[in-house]
Design a binder for this molecule. Structure first.
Ligand code: PEP
Ligand code: MN
Length: 337
């Protein structure tokens, strides 16, 4: 249930409300908006205790949250969540473009790609050090060495880093070297991993599982937020359908649907969603037009030699051209890149 507090609520009042919520066996979650402070009392059947809070002077209104996800929902927080990473704002008026190779390969290659995408206007570097591969014989990533390369390239270019943690043990390691911890599509319902990611202080980018409904996706984000990490970015990356012309089917309608249901920023990853280089720029444009707060795009200097996902990686020149087009689309929908 959501308790909306009176505008006159002091810190002491808020503490008293939170203490009561805990005493009743629920978890308090605070959301301080521009005008009002709301406290979520999260737990099963919390609404049954509404009269206890109704009797408190400082409580202005009480509302049940009708959705199965609570902290993720727009009912809990009306304003869009804006996540700060260095001097960048995710979920604000700018559309944030993250780009880079599928896998971190060598430091030199990563640095070259980073310099090029930066000139084109990308704001973050992506690259996997731990790779979730369908085949156990495929390249599995450089591990910690790859994380070190990412951190060094950040030092040299200033680009914040987003990279994946595949299991519980990798979360704190990945968080140490990166700015945003990615949870991949295959791990969207790895609940122990979600809980661990909820314990880090770093923002988390959660990818939609390719067989997950939007509701299941949002429930997974709830796992992270329930641990106290409110900095969650949701990323649509394609779902399985009967269609085989593209690698997955990029569900762009998920963008406006999630924007309506949740206050969290929404990214789109057309590279994995579509899987075919030729279609990536147009689907990036469509994603920005649909209201995405950011994109993740794979870029490689020599896609035919890439250790993973070469066929969907753009060359830097193609990325550069696409960025110009994206800037125009962003302006058309009242945003900037
Ligand atoms: C990735 O971004 O490197 C990746 C493996 O993506 P996904 O989890 O969406 O397949
Ligand atoms: Mn990839």
């Amino acid at each position: 249930m959501i308790l909306t507090l009176k505008q006159t609520a002091t810190k002491k009042d808020i503490d008293i409300v939170c203490k009561k919520i805990k005493e009743l066996g629920f978890t308090p979650h605070l959301s301080k908006g521009k005008e009002v402070t709301v406290v979520g009392a999260i737990g099963q059947n919390a609404i049954l205790k509404k009269d206890i809070f109704g009797a408190m002077d400082v409580v202005a209104f009480i509302m049940p949250i009708s959705k199965p996800y609570k902290l993720v929902s727009r009912e809990f927080k009306k304003e869009n969540t804006v996540i700060k990473v260095d001097d960048m704002e995710i979920g604000g008026s700018d559309v944030i473009i993250a780009a880079g190779p599928c896998s971190v390969e060598t430091k030199e290659l990563l640095l070259e790609i980073a310099k090029k995408i930066k000139i084109s206007g990308a704001k973050m570097i992506r690259g996997g050090a731990f790779k979730p591969r369908t085949s156990p014989y495929a390249f599995q990533g450089l591990g910690e060495k790859g994380l070190k390369y990412l951190a060094e390239v950040k030092k040299m270019t200033g680009l914040p880093v987003i990279t994946e943690a595949m299991n519980v043990n990798q979360v704190s390691l990945v968080a140490r070297y990166s700015d945003i911890v990615q949870i991949g599509a295959r791990n969207m319902q790895n609940f122990d991993l979600l809980k661990e990611a909820g314990k880090t202080k770093k923002p988390v980018l959660l990818k939609r599982g390719f067989s997950a409904t939007i509701e299941e996706f949002l429930m997974s984000a709830e796992y992270i937020m329930a641990q106290g990490n409110y900095n969650v970015i949701l990323c649509e990356r394609g779902i399985r359908t009967f269609e085989t012309a593209t690698r997955f089917t990029l569900d762009l309608s998920a963008v406006p649907v999630i924007k309506k249901l949740s206050h969290l920023p929404v990214f789109v990853d057309p590279s994995h969603g579509v899987g075919v280089r030729e279609y990536i720029p147009v689907m990036c444009r469509a994603s920005v037009a649909a209201g995405a707060d950011g994109l993740i795009v794979e870029v490689h200097l020599c896609p035919e030699q890439a250790l993973s996902d070469g066929p969907q990686s753009l060359l830097p020149l193609q990325f550069d051209k696409m960025m110009d087009e994206l800037k125009a689309v962003a302006r058309a929908v009242g945003r900037e890149i």
